[in-house]
Design a protein. Structure first.
Length: 136
């Protein structure tokens, strides 16, 4: 369902770009030409402008509806946990300190051996530049 709404959303966006570019602006517009509404055309310039402005409103309303629908679907699928909880970001060790105690929910989801030990202390306040650690 989300893929269908996303496809419709992208099509609406492209159509809206095209319709907006076809509209006559103060500078002339891309699709309206400089002639005022000659006798040979199906629509006069004013009728075409009204049709294009109505089409823009319809496409914008559809774009807004698909945006809200995609937001609702994404919020529903997100669940209650954050991305950091799902990745187990709280289960790393700080060098020189005890390992952080993970909660029971993240303990069953993550493997402690897969998360590397990271030194999170700031560098010493010296004038020398910070260099990366030597390869092991």
């Amino acid at each position: 369902m989300q893929n269908i709404i996303l496809t419709v959303h992208l099509i609406l966006a492209l159509l809206m770009i095209g319709v907006v570019l076809l509209q006559r602006s103060e500078g002339g517009g891309l699709g309206m030409g400089s002639s005022g509404g000659g006798a040979g055309g199906v629509m006069t310039g004013r009728q075409a402008a009204n049709a294009l402005s109505k089409a823009t409103w319809v496409l914008a309303a559809g774009f807004l509806c698909t945006s809200v629908a995609l937001t609702v679907i994404a919020a529903r699928d997100a669940g209650e946990s954050s991305v950091l909880d799902r990745l187990g970001a709280g289960n790393f060790t700080v060098s020189g300190k005890d390992e952080a105690k993970p909660d029971a929910a993240s303990e069953s989801k993550t493997d402690d051996a897969a998360i590397p030990s990271v030194d999170l202390t700031p560098p010493a306040a010296t004038d020398s530049p910070v260099t990366p650690p030597a390869a092991q």
